[in-house]
Design a protein around this ligand. Structure first.
Ligand SMILES: [Fe+2]
Length: 487
């Protein structure tokens, strides 16, 4: 889920103070005053230093005074630039905290810092770098990206938000039964690998009751709030996946249904992914989808995407060929793009897929009507009422303009963007994608479910050969048609 997923604004939260002990909070404050200032100095020093890219390291700390400061000082003393830091309570030992650091380093520095860290802390994981460079046989100085669908296994578990941990402002934060249930769903998603069947869920009575409320309320609003493509596909979801008021569809059935309609498949995910990882899935026509149900205390509001949002919001449109193509093109444009470009693409996704309006028969409707009950408090006023109230600005969707708009995830948007059709939005996005700086372009190969990186004459020639073959087929078809018509 992108939504997870989408704009990933929480990355900027760096230290998650809600998951860290008071003692460590004080340490964080100290570090904000001292270490981070020095980190900026390190950045300056490194301007002319060779850098191979970034690496992500996870290490655990005992809950003791000064442990975190000591560990971070090692980075400072070795001139390793820390780009991003997060903390969480260890899932392995209750008394420990885990620290995730995203650092900018070359291989030599990385090896040194890991050796030093191991003397002081327990290094839990050294992830495949989020932004590491591709191997030499590929394109240099380009952030790592998945080349084949199974590569999503390497990035689908890098959950930024929630997962099995909930923030204090989450409706289920104090509900231990709910939290255990969320852990169960998080474990299922974390253990999932490409090609596995998605585990079937026996939903509880409470989950079914929550789903039923959302289902009923949305069904009242569909006729006036949903776009025509949505309304066309929703009954198919009922027919093929048993999407009913008293039944939550199984993701495995939904995935099979979508594969037959548009080639999209579902991949379960534990929580918010970064925009880069979420968009990468779209490039392979994979939609990262949550399987848990929102907390039952307020069925008409959720601070995060849940399976109600995914199934009643996204899935009907993923069954629409033009929308599927639109989604994949955003995904393909994101592969190997800079962080800045990823943000522009994610913003466009946010204002089209999540909060997009379309004008059909002179009426404004939502691409995804579930936006009514996601992220925004329930009506009145509804987001559509707000959008039409004169308090929000409605602009035509234009990626060059849209990408600069601030995404607001806790209340209504200041601006909404309207398209006449997905086709129109797709053409605009395609043009916009050409402005993204990359030393190559990519082409999806549906036979191998991989992307071809077009970066030199041989790789481009191979595509030309395929196009020639396709044109031959078209020529042959036209010739036979002409004969049949006696032309
Ligand atoms: Fe969403």
């Amino acid at each position: 889920m992108y939504s997870n997923k989408i704009v990933g604004p929480r990355r900027g939260r760096s230290f998650d103070s809600m998951n860290i002990g008071n003692e460590e909070k004080l340490l964080n404050n100290e570090m904000n005053k001292s270490t981070f200032t020095k980190i900026e100095e390190c950045r300056t020093e490194k301007k002319n230093a060779p850098s191979d890219g970034r690496a992500a390291i996870v290490f655990s700390l005992k809950n003791e005074v000064g442990g975190l400061v000591k560990a971070l000082k090692l980075f400072q003393e070795n001139h390793v630039n820390l780009v991003h830091i997060e903390s969480r309570k260890s899932r392995r030992r209750n008394s420990e905290f885990e620290i995730f650091v995203d650092c900018d380093s070359d291989h030599e520095q990385l090896n040194e810092i890991i050796q030093l860290l191991r003397k002081h802390v327990n290094v839990v994981d050294i992830n495949p770098p989020d932004n590491s460079c591709l191997p030499e046989e590929d394109v240099e100085n380009v952030p790592w990206f998945p080349k084949k669908i199974s590569d999503l296994d390497k990035c689908a578990n890098r959950v930024l938000m929630y997962g099995s941990d909930l923030y204090a402002d989450h409706p289920g934060f104090k509900d231990n039964v709910y939290r255990r249930r969320r852990k169960h769903f998080a474990d299922l998603a974390m253990n999932y690998r490409h090609g596995d069947p998605i585990p079937r869920i026996e939903f509880t009575e409470e989950e079914l009751a929550t789903w039923a409320v959302v289902y009923r309320e949305l069904n009242k609003l569909y006729p006036t709030h949903a776009c025509r493509e949505y309304l066309k596909n929703l009954p198919l979801l009922a027919k093929h996946c048993e999407c009913r008021e008293d039944n939550i569809p199984q993701l495995e059935d939904v995935s099979r249904f979508l594969r037959e309609r548009t080639g999209f498949t579902i991949r379960p995910v534990a929580g918010y992914l970064s925009p880069r990882d979420f968009l990468a899935g779209l490039a392979f026509r994979v939609f990262h989808c949550t399987q848990y149900v929102r907390h039952g205390s307020d069925p008409l509001y959720t601070p995060e995407p849940d399976t109600c949002h995914e199934l009643l919001g996204h899935v009907p449109l993923l069954a629409e060929p033009s929308f599927a193509q639109f989604s994949q093109e955003i995904g393909l444009a994101s592969l190997g793009a800079s962080d800045e470009s990823i943000q522009t693409l994610a913003t466009c996704y946010f204002f089209t897929v999540e909060f997009g309006l379309c004008k059909q028969e002179g009426t404004l409707t939502w691409h995804i009507p579930d936006v009514l009950f996601f992220l925004n408090p329930p009506p009145p006023p509804s987001p559509l009422q707000h959008a039409l109230s004169g308090n929000a600005v409605i602009k035509p969707f234009d990626p060059k303009v849209t990408c600069k708009q601030e995404c607001i995830i806790t209340t209504f948007q200041d601006v909404y963007f309207v398209s006449d059709s997905f086709e129109e939005a797709k053409v605009k996005m395609r043009e916009f994608a050409k402005t993204i700086k990359r030393p190559f372009t990519v082409r999806y190969n549906p036979y191998t479910q991989s992307v071809d990186v077009l970066k030199d004459t041989p790789s481009i020639n191979s595509v030309v050969e395929e196009l020639r073959h396709d044109l031959d087929i078209v020529g042959d078809a036209l010739s036979r048609l002409n004969k049949h018509l006696g032309v």
